[in-house]
Ligand binder design. Structure first.
Ligand code: NDP
Ligand code: 2IT
Length: 449
């Protein structure tokens, strides 16, 4: 293994060292590679970054907690799961990031998500550090009381590690308003504190209006600004979206309100296609089906305009804009080729790291506008920041004000990306450099901690 104390001569040397330190952590390494390649030239511009080993320090989470979660299912059987909280960086604010409940998690997945969160949170312009966590618990097919018991068991341990000035958790895959409600109830019971240790809460108990919608709405705001900057538009454009969860359905709702036609959505079982574009009423029904009733997208097919494609992909037919909003690495090189062949001019990531490096290379070669998740999906955590602000001030902000503030944040992130992108206007480079500089400068100011 390369000596940790050597001065790395190249980005590849640094990455070889990091890979050897984190064996088998493919998702984490993938996220780190993208960031390291983007920010490497900054180490020459600002020698203090190199002298203080900022990049090496940023490739190591400040803390990882892993714990056992034991609970009883509806048949009285004992179930054992694993919980995680990766507290990645507190350089610019308290640890902040979502919780994911899914069978497809690992330390590597939580580390990549928390690393991405570090730069994303910095890009929002808010004082937010970074974290991510969750459990290898699959909510599919679980009853409401099983979900509640699991959330209570999970929070019984997590509550030792979070708090409004320490670490503020929120939702992600498999964790929506229902789960946040149960998690908050247990946090309050054990800690005897009614505070803002979680965001995405119900409106009746400290939640901010628009938090549920914010990631999807923010994604569409970002995509609109990016299209306009390239003399294009989302109006009348055909939009294909993967996923049918919180991010996907709110992106569909906002894109439709802008006059775009959403022609595809998907869930873990297949795709729902609508050649004329889902209307607002259909999207409202899908939100009830998927977000409130936790049902299957297949049940929305009507044998007429809404066509179900079992195991099918949302990237079918012709469309102009692709918004992947399901999960990491859902788009490989072959899928990217399909998206290019469909005639798309833009791909903006609602999910975190949905494109593999090969897929991104194909999109770039084909000249698509490409927005990385750490910029395009930051609207969710931004409105989480607004919820923290209203909780600590014991106050409330109205929905319209938050919507304007969300638009301002997305416009600011877009400006930051272009300002730091370099001559080829590459949004990946711009997002990573802008976020890194902010975190790196805070680390320099705070000394060796
Ligand atoms: P949800 O659980 O609400 O929705 C996820 C959707 O994607 C569901 O429709 C789910 O299918 C589908 N999906 C999940 N995993 C897979 C898979 N392996 N294969 C196929 N389909 C899959 O999650 P969110 O909408 O909250 O999150 C979606 C993405 O957006 C994630 O990458 C998340 O990290 C990212 N994100 C979320 C934010 C938020 O505020 N919630 C903020 C920023 C990013 P099914 O319905 O069948 O379960
Ligand atoms: O990936 C993300 O930005 C989120 N899941 C939202 C995090 C948050 O704290 O609102």
């Amino acid at each position: 293994m390369t000596d940790a104390n050597q001065d790395f001569q190249s980005c590849e040397d640094f990455l070889a060292w990091a890979e050897a330190r984190n064996p088998g952590e493919h998702e984490f390494h993938q996220a780190l590679c993208e960031i390291a390649h983007s920010v490497w030239p900054l180490l020459d511009d600002t020698p203090a970054y190199r002298d203080s080993r900022i990049l090496e320090r940023l490739s190591e989470p400040e803390r990882i907690v892993r714990f056992r979660v034991v609970w009883e299912d509806d048949n009285g059987a004992v179930q054992i799961n694993r919980g995680w909280r990766v507290q990645f960086s507190s350089a610019i604010g308290p640890y902040k990031g979502g919780l994911r409940f899914s069978s497809q998690v690992s330390t590597s997945v939580f580390k990549f998500l928390a690393l991405e969160q570090t730069l994303k949170n910095a890009l929002t312009g808010l004082p937010l550090g970074s974290a991510k966590g969750g459990a290898d618990f699959d909510p599919h097919g679980r009853s409401d009381s099983e979900i509640m018991r699991f959330c209570q068991a999970f929070m019984t341990e997590l509550c030792r590690h979070i708090g409004p000035a320490t670490d503020i958790a929120a939702g992600d895959i498999g964790v929506g308003p229902r789960e946040i409600g149960y998690l908050f109830g247990q946090y309050k019971r054990i800690r005897n504190r009614f505070d803002g240790a979680l965001t995405g809460k119900g409106l009746a108990f400290g939640g901010a209006p628009l938090r549920a919608e914010a990631t999807g709405y923010g994604l569409v705001h970002f995509a609109c600004i990016m299209a306009h900057a390239a003399d294009n538009t989302l109006e009348d454009r055909r939009v294909a979206i993967s996923g049918a969860g919180n991010v996907a359905l709110h992106a569909a709702e906002r894109a439709t309100a802008y006059g775009a036609k959403v022609v595809a959505l998907s869930d873990s079982r297949g795709a729902l296609l609508c050649d004329d574009g889902f209307d607002a009423e259909a999207i409202g029904r899908l939100k009830t089906l998927k977000l409130d009733d936790h049902g299957a997208l297949a049940d929305a097919a009507d044998g007429a305009g809404l066509r179900w494609c079992e195991n099918g992909s949302p990237w079918q037919g012709e469309f102009d804009v692709a918004l992947p909003c399901a999960t990491q690495n859902e788009i490989d090189a072959g899928t990217a080729d399909t998206i290019v062949a469909a005639g798309a001019f833009m791909l903006a990531e609602g999910a975190n790291m949905p494109c593999t490096p090969d897929a991104i290379a194909r999109l770039r070669e084909a000249g698509l506008l490409y927005a990385p998740g750490k910029a395009a999906n930051a609207g969710g955590v931004a409105v989480s920041g607004f919820e923290m602000r209203q909780n600590s001030a014991f106050a409330r902000t109205d929905r319209d004000t938050l919507d304007e503030q969300l638009k301002d944040v997305m416009a600011h992130i877009h400006d930051m990306c272009l300002e730091h992108a370099g001559q080829d206007n590459d949004y990946v480079t711009g997002a990573s450099r802008a976020g890194f500089r902010k975190v790196a400068d805070a680390m320099l100011a705070q000394g060796l901690v």
